[in-house]
Design a protein around this ligand. Sequence first.
Ligand code: ATP
Ligand code: MG
Length: 138
Amino acid sequence: MSNRTFTMIKPDAVKAGNIGNILQMINAAGFRIAAMKYLSISKTQAEKFYEVHAERPFYGELTEFMSSGPIVAAILEKENAVADFRKLIGATNPANAEEGTIRKAYAKSMGENAVHGSDSDENAAIEGSFFFSGLEQF
Ligand code: ATP
Ligand code: MG
């Protein structure tokens, strides 16, 4: 099992001024930051990143939203990183997110849900290398 996951603080949470609050929750939960950058991605780059969702009805809305403003991308390290981070972010739909989760605290809706978290070790590695070269990972 890998000990790394990949996350993005999405444009809604950046716009709302919640970068600091979310990083605080991530640190308090015991994750170490192995890589991080603040950037915006194009619609084409968002389409590539979310390729697995290409057939889903929300693909257009999702990629439009993810390219609508700056995001924070990061690789996080912790034992059992993927599963523990999914627990920390909470359900995709914030209406179903548990108390104490990042999405409960900061997500606005199913689409604008504050953070991304990888869903498997394999995808964590693919997504991390989409944003960071080996030289940018510590
Ligand atoms: P993420 O991959 O961002 O961590 P997730 O794994 O909880 O989220 P996915 O099923 O992978 O959820 O969906 C990717 C993203 O697509 C969601 O975070 C959300 O922003 C958006 N999304 C998913 N389902 C819907 C929907 N029904 N309507 C609008 N947007 C949706
Ligand atoms: Mg997902």
